[in-house]
Design a protein around this ligand. Sequence first.
Ligand SMILES: O=C(O)[C@H](O)[C@@H](O)[C@H](O)[C@H](O)COP(=O)(O)O
Length: 260
Amino acid sequence: MSPAPEAVVYASPDLLAAACAARLVTKIVDTQAAKGSASVVLTGGGTGIAILEQLRTSPARDAIDWSRLDLYWGDERFVPADDPERNEKQAREALLDHVPVDPARVHAMAASDGEFGDDPDAAAAAYAEVLAANAAPEDHGDVPTFDVMLLGLGGEGHTASIFPESPAAYENERSVVAVRNCPKPPPTRVSLTFRAIRSAAEVWLVTTGEAKADAVALAMSGAGEVQLPVAGARGRRRTLWLLDTTAASKLGDVPVSPRV
Ligand SMILES: O=C(O)[C@H](O)[C@@H](O)[C@H](O)[C@H](O)COP(=O)(O)O
């Protein structure tokens, strides 16, 4: 059983993004020092991209050996590669095109105009094969033990592209699935499943805004993962909620950083 979730609350969305970028630098540098490389799963959404933008402008970014970093996505909108809605495109504009990553270690999910055409099931199956190909014997399975997985959440409790009561919320076998008719546009996506999410050593749930406060409070109070998928996003060693004061406003007495 993974340890109980922790929460750190920041005084504003901008401070959360900057502090999370700093936290990510330290985590990656320490992991690379310990085992030679690191792996991070990126998330779409405004908070996830804001963190990447802060990382781009941080002088500390040069402490990372970008050539020894594997990057994955927790989900992707199944649209053409140059569609502004693509999580990969947004991540490249925010950070990846500005740092010397190894292209072979940037593992993007297929676009709808890519090698699998408009078949999201084929795209999902192919990404599952990418995960399996990058899993090491010590991972004990077909998904790497990601060092850090960033995940956002929606006001109704979705995370990645696992939405409440959706087929993906009931998926126990596959590591990656196609998702259709999403309440959050675009409607067709590719997403890691709970099994893949829970292979991460650390899951960092990053969110801001009053609209997320109920989902945060419900998830922290033991809601079920089918009704509230973000409740199922747990790391093997750590589950860390990184929130601004509004998203944490229904959590009761949680210290705010800095103490305001
Ligand atoms: O591709 C996506 O849409 C995301 O992966 C999704 O899970 C997102 O992280 C949340 O919807 C939060 O998005 P915001 O941070 O913009 O509220």
